[in-house]
Design a protein around this ligand. Structure first.
Ligand code: NI
Length: 227
C-alpha cells in the first residue's frame, strides 16, 4: 500500500491512498499553473484550509459534481452548504481530529487570514496533519512561521510548506520551519503561481540539504511523490 501525492500547482494537492482520492485546496479554474481542468478533478474528500478565493473557488463545483465530502473549519462548511448547496461536509475546528476512511485528519493552526470571497467570515485559517497507513503528512497550508509547528508536526514523514513569500512564509522562514519540524522529507508549495510569489525552489532545496537532515523534494505541477 502506498500513498501518491501529486502537486496540482499553487497550494493544491491530490492524495491517493487506500483507494480514496483526496484533494487539498483545489484551485484549477483560475490557476495559471494547474495541470488539470476543474471538470477533470475527481475526489472522495476535499480538504479546505481557509477561505481565500484560490482555496474555495473550485471546492464547491467539484464537491457538487463528484459528491465528495468537504472537510473544513465549521464556518467554511456552513458557507459551502448555505451559499453553494454542497451536501456533504465534515465541519471541524483547530486542534480537532476526525477519523475518515483513509486515515485521521487533524486541523492544525495557521497564521494567515480567512475571509471568504463574498466577504463572509471563513473562521480561522488552518493546516492539516494527516495520519495515513503509510505516512504522517503535515500540510502547513498558507501560514507564517510559528514555533508551535514543532508541537503539531515534529518528525512527520513529510512536511509540505509554503515558500512563496509575500502572502505566506518565504524561503528563509520555511527553512526555519524545517529545522523546527525535522520532517523526514519536505516539499515546497505555494510558489511560482504568479510573479509576486516567484521563488527558486531548487536553491531552497539546496539550503535545506545543507542545513537539515530532511530530504527536500521539488516537484513541478503534475508531478508526484510516493510515500
Ligand atoms: Ni490564503
Amino acid at each position: 500500500m502506498t500513498t501518491k501525492l501529486t502537486w496540482l500547482g499553487h497550494g493544491s494537492w491530490s492524495i491517493e491512498t487506500t483507494g480514496q482520492k483526496i484533494l487539498l485546496d483545489p484551485f484549477f479554474s483560475d490557476s495559471p499553473t494547474s495541470p488539470i481542468k476543474v471538470d477533470q478533478a475527481m475526489a472522495d474528500f476535499i480538504l479546505v484550509s481557509h477561505g481565500h478565493f484560490d482555496y474555495v473557488a473550485d471546492a464547491a463545483v467539484i464537491a457538487k459534481r463528484t459528491g465528495a465530502t468537504v472537510v473544513a473549519i465549521y464556518e467554511i462548511c456552513d458557507w459551502l452548504s448555505r451559499v453553494h448547496g454542497v451536501e456533504k461536509t465534515e465541519p471541524m475546528n483547530l486542534g480537532g481530529s476526525i477519523q475518515l476512511p483513509f486515515g485521521r485528519v487533524k486541523m492544525t493552526p495557521a497564521l494567515h487570514s480567512s475571509t471568504l470571497p463574498d466577504g463572509a467570515s471563513g473562521g480561522n485559517p488552518g493546516g492539516f496533519l494527516l495520519t495515513l497507513s503509510t505516512a504522517r503528512i503535515y500540510f502547513a497550508c498558507d501560514t507564517a512561521l510559528f514555533s508551535d509547528m514543532k508541537l503539531h508536526a515534529a518528525g512527520v514523514d513529510l512536511a509540505v510548506l509554503p515558500i512563496g513569500d509575500r502572502y505566506t512564509m518565504g524561503p528563509d522562514d520555511a527553512l526555519e520551519a524545517v529545522k523546527l519540524i525535522q520532517p523526514k522529507r519536505v516539499i515546497p508549495s505555494h510558489y511560482n503561481t504568479w510573479p509576486p510569489i516567484e521563488q527558486n525552489a531548487q536553491a531552497w532545496a539546496d539550503r535545506v540539504r545543507r542545513a537539515t537532515s530532511a530530504e527536500p523534494i521539488v516537484l513541478q505541477p503534475g508531478e508526484s511523490a510516493t510515500l
